[in-house]
Design a binder for this molecule. Structure first.
Ligand code: DAH
Length: 339
């Protein structure tokens, strides 16, 4: 037995391999379950007890030697194989695939930036609201159709819990907490119980604006919105205000911008009118100021609200609002180059 061990030891000390595969073959030949070294361990069981100690020691040494020399052979190839493909430090780095901002975030950020330049701060309010903040404080008469079950997602009746249908609710929250001067915009998500189509969705986003101080006039509103329109759509943009109705503003108006696609000539996007409707606005109704604890004899203000999807659709000529919510990378990737 000792002779066999010595012979195998000799053999193992002379082992060479030309590549990693050969080294692996050697490992199998000597060290696998049925390998030559393992077989000796089986035979060890038959060794007479007085010799067991010496044979056992030799056998263990053989095994250790075999493991370390075969391992050394393997490592030699691992090293040389990496050496041959060694890192070229002068090679340019591999680039990571960059994601892109969602087009709605891009547009929201642009709107926030423009109003920030006029001194507007940003505030947010809850998406889950009550009747007071979404309707009552905003001067909606009790029987107003906007409170109808068809428009509003009610979570609970009595006490009222509902999903806000517009960001105008944040006006109320801000005015309840803060005395004028107030100059802020409120971007956020709103919910309406509407059938989903290419032009409407039950979830969308708005940016609301509010300015309350002493002697705020309709001229301030108009100038602010003209500045916004030119910053956002380009310096040649014109605006027009058409009389309209909202319970929370008096007078109220709808603002159009001259169509940036045809320059006002008339095209498919502006339905050949040369104008695009982009927001509602008006002077804050004194009832709203009073409901929020602001003295309407001393202060006046203007407010406006616009849909981010609508503006993004106009800016990027997106024909279907549903694309914003599907998160199809083929759609989103197109905005990688946008600011
Ligand atoms: N809240 C209105 C809507 O969702 C938009 C709006 C119109 C907001 C006029 C205003 C405003 O602040 O003055 O349709």
């Amino acid at each position: 037995m000792l002779d066999k061990i010595a012979a195998l030891q000799d053999e193992i000390r002379k082992l060479t391999a030309e590549n990693a595969a050969q080294a692996e073959e050697l490992r199998i030949k000597y060290l696998s379950k049925k390998g030559l070294v393992s077989v000796l361990f089986d035979e060890f069981k038959q060794v007479a007890p007085p010799k067991k100690k010496a044979v056992g020691m030799a056998l263990n040494q053989l095994k250790n030697e075999a493991q370390s020399s075969i391992q050394a052979l393997k490592e030699q190839f691992e090293n040389s194989e990496t050496k041959s493909t060694q890192v070229d430090l002068s090679a340019p780095g591999s680039s990571f695939a960059l994601g892109s901002r969602h087009p709605l975030s891009l547009v929201r950020n642009q709107i926030v930036d423009i109003f920030a330049r006029l001194g507007f701060t940003v505030a947010e309010g809850p998406e889950i609201e009550d009747d007071w903040h979404v309707f009552s404080a905003l001067n909606f008469p009790p029987e107003h159709p906007a409170r109808d079950m068809q428009d509003t997602f009610f979570i609970n009746k009595d006490p009222d819990v509902l999903l806000r249908t517009h960001t105008s609710s944040v006006q109320v929250r801000v005015m309840e907490q803060q005395q004028p001067p107030i100059r802020a915009i409120f971007p956020g998500r709103v919910f309406r119980n509407e059938a989903i189509s290419a032009r409407a969705h039950c979830i969308f986003h708005q940016v609301e604006g509010l300015y309350v101080a002493e002697d705020v006039s309709f001229a301030d509103l108009k100038q602010t919105l003209l500045y916004f329109a030119r910053e956002f759509f380009g310096e040649n943009t014109d605006i027009r205000l058409r009389p309209s109705y909202f319970p929370f503003t008096e007078p109220s108006a709808e603002m159009d911008v001259s169509c940036s696609i045809c320059g006002g000539e008339g095209c498919n996007v502006c339905k050949h009118t040369g104008w695009l409707e982009i927001m509602g606005c008006g002077m804050v109704d004194p009832n709203v100021l009073d409901a929020c604890g602001i003295d309407s004899n001393k202060y006046s203000g203007f407010a406006f609200g616009m849909g981010i999807e609508r503006i993004a659709m106009l800016k990027y000529q997106v024909k279907d609002i549903r694309l914003f919510f599907e998160n199809d990378v083929r759609f989103l990737e197109q905005f990688t180059a946008a600011e």
